[in-house]
Write a protein that binds this ligand. Structure first.
Ligand SMILES: [Zn+2]
Length: 248
């Protein structure tokens, strides 16, 4: 009985610690984004922001995922009707979209895709950071499991805890085991579940980059922002296809 009570107590303490940790992390990320976006007219106006995103997305070619594990299930990736987002999520998507206009930014993604294709022990991934106002870059960080040199981990990515504490705009990872992964464009069921697990201060933002052929990639945003009472709420995990891009 004593053992059971102790176990229960330890579980409660660990849940409280995780909750506090994730709240701190959430606030740190929010502050990081606010520092860079406060003076930007588009990023600080939710209505204009949404209009701009729709405009860009309408001009893009899209690639939707059709295979989820063994079953075929299609998620609605359209924006914003099926995926209403919080202002914070819109800001993150808009930042990515304006950076994707830059050929050198896309070419850098091409280099990361090449690394992922060549890496047989892990997917590539990391965190999205600012260089200056409105300019972002993808910081690649070696996956935790890569050090095991086990090919079973070639289709997964695990950000080390130490790096997760850094303030960031979002996470990212690649689906580029080969150059032709178009059937797996966008987040997998496991990716979506992972977003849901970051409870109870539920807020994750992630980009997944899928190689659809050599020289071409698709990028999706997926995430969750459930800060009730603080901002416009978007329930559940949302997926938005950000389009198909080329690189050299
Ligand atoms: Zn994935």
């Amino acid at each position: 009985m004593k053992k059971l009570l102790l176990l229960l107590l330890l579980s409660i303490i660990s849940i409280i610690c995780i909750s506090q940790m994730s709240k701190d992390r959430r606030d740190k990320n929010q502050k990081y984004l606010d520092n860079y976006t406060a003076t930007n007219k588009i990023l600080s106006n939710d209505v204009i922001l949404q209009e701009k995103i729709i405009q860009i997305l309408n001009s893009k070619e899209h690639c939707y995922r059709v295979i989820y594990g063994d079953s075929v299930r299609v998620f609605n990736e359209s924006y914003p009707a099926a995926n209403p987002l919080s202002k914070y999520q819109n800001q993150i998507i808009y930042l990515m979209l304006i950076n994707l206009r830059d050929t050198s930014f896309c070419n850098t993604i091409g280099k990361i895709i090449k690394c992922d294709v060549e890496n047989i022990y892990s997917e590539c991934g990391g965190i999205v950071l600012f260089t200056t106002h409105n300019k972002i870059y993808l910081k690649c960080i070696k996956s935790l499991m890569e050090n095991l040199y086990d090919e079973d981990f070639n289709d997964s990515y695990y950000l080390p805890e130490k790096e997760d504490t850094l303030p960031k705009i979002a996470y990212f990872h690649l689906h580029a085991t080969t150059y032709n992964e178009d059937l797996y464009a966008g987040p997998s069921l496991l990716d979506l579940l992972h977003s849901l697990f970051i409870l109870p201060n539920n807020m994750t933002n992630e980009f997944v980059i899928t190689s659809i052929e050599k020289g071409k990639f698709n990028i999706d945003y997926y995430g969750i922002d459930m800060r009730f009472g603080e901002i416009k709420v978007s329930r559940g995990v949302k997926i938005v296809d950000l389009g198909v891009y080329t690189y050299k």
